[in-house]
Design a protein around this ligand. Structure first.
Ligand SMILES: [Mg+2]
Length: 224
């Protein structure tokens, strides 16, 4: 029986693509003097290519951009500092994230978030949205010193909720880091599709959803 729901953050509860686009729009404007010879669309498009959906560190992304566009008078550190301080001003959740968390609480589920990333950065994003106050526990890889898909992080998530792994449902968008990681410790899994294809070589998640609200009807079923 499922008694707790653990969520991934980026591209699951948080609409990272949309948040990133909004942030990049603002960052381009803040540093426009240095990017005069780069069109705003080019800035956003090239950033997203290099960023690989968030899996490449931003110091590497900015360093490459500055080199490619031969920009002097602006440093990787300046752009990275701006990313760290301003991104959270632009965050948006995926549709119904708030209503889903409220309803899960009402139904008595323990709720947690397990995310890879820097602690201060991810906490700022969740605080802006008021998300931190709607969940019981938050595990961030930097603070926990272990990253998804390491089984230890998933096991720790279940421990924090005071549940067994089998009593937890993990909801995430990444086939390996989220679904495979959670499954290997015995959690039930829900893949939030988010427009990606499932890798052919990997066993599929227990359920697949394309909107967070689907979780509510799914958890209603007696088989869960
Ligand atoms: Mg994710």
């Amino acid at each position: 029986m499922i008694r707790g729901v653990l969520f991934d953050l980026d591209e699951t509860l948080l609409d990272r693509t949309r948040s990133l686009n909004r942030f990049l729009h603002g960052q381009y404007a803040r540093f426009q003097a240095a990017f005069q010879h780069v069109a705003p669309e080019t800035f956003e498009q090239r950033f997203c290519e290099l960023d690989q959906r968030g899996y490449v560190h931003k110091s590497q992304v900015y360093s490459t951009l500055l080199t490619e566009w031969k920009i002097n008078g602006l440093t990787t550190e300046q752009l990275l500092a701006d990313y760290r301080t301003s991104f959270s001003d632009h965050v948006e959740g995926n549709a119904c994230w708030h209503a889903v968390l409220i309803e899960l609480r009402k139904r008595g589920y323990q709720i947690g978030i397990i995310t890879n990333g820097e602690t201060a950065f991810q906490m700022a994003n969740m605080r802006t949205m008021g998300m931190h106050s709607l969940v019981d526990h938050i595990l961030i890889s930097e603070q926990e010193q272990v990253r998804k898909p390491d089984p230890m992080l998933f096991q720790r998530g279940a421990q924090r909720l005071a549940l067994s792994e089998e009593e937890c449902l993990f909801v995430g968008d990444h086939p390996y880091n989220d679904i495979q990681g959670a499954r290997q410790v015995g959690m039930k899994t829900a893949w939030f599709q988010n427009g990606l294809d499932w890798p052919a070589e990997l066993a599929r998640a227990d359920v697949e959803i394309d909107k967070l609200a689907d979780l509510l009807s799914m958890l209603d079923q007696p088989s869960w």
